[in-house]
Design a binder for this molecule. Structure first.
Ligand SMILES: [Zn+2]
Length: 173
């Protein structure tokens, strides 16, 4: 039973085990989907699958083990990005303990449905951008700049939502 379309060919469906994000081919949703299913190849996940890694430390902060929840939300740099996102979207500070919480946030917002849907898309885009930056850091040693990441998320969000929304989206309203 389809509970609600979230984006492109992806949707949440409900079963006894709780909501399940079903796959399509939209790259923006892919990171969140893999993270929810614990299939994001973080250092912790690789090490648990007995794939040799130099260290399971977070490649961004180096202070905690790199799990999906850590790199996408709990890491200090990720926290700074989410803080800017909540200010931009004019929503209360985002509290979450896991990626699962992040993808469900829009359900509990007291805002019009369109805005909640747009916010949900922004959450997915944020996770995708954070993961891309993390990969750039791991493979190319590129630094992670919170402000640059935030600007990238904003411009991608405008493009993505505009492309998928029949109505004109003006977040500032
Ligand atoms: Zn970290």
């Amino acid at each position: 039973m389809v509970d609600g379309v979230i984006c492109g060919t992806w949707y949440w469906s409900r079963n006894l085990a709780g909501p399940v994000l079903e796959p399509g081919n939209d790259k923006v949703c892919f990171v969140a989907w893999r993270a929810v299913l614990n299939r994001l190849p973080t250092f912790q996940a690789l090490s648990r699958r007995s794939i040799p890694v130099n260290s399971t430390e977070c490649p961004v902060c180096g202070r905690e083990e790199e799990s999906a929840d850590h790199i996408l939300f709990l890491c200090e740099e990720a926290q700074a990005v989410w803080c800017l996102i909540s200010q931009w979207c004019k929503v209360p500070p985002i509290y979450a303990f896991s990626v699962q919480d992040l993808v469900e946030l829009h359900r509990y917002m007291s805002v019009p449905k369109d805005k909640a849907k747009a916010f949900h898309a922004i959450c997915l885009i944020t996770m995708w951008c954070i993961w891309k930056k993390r990969n750039d850091r791991v493979h190319n040693g590129a630094p992670v700049h919170v402000q640059g990441l935030y600007e990238e998320i904003k411009s991608l969000s405008y493009l993505w939502i505009k492309h998928r929304s029949k109505k004109r989206v003006t977040w500032e309203d």
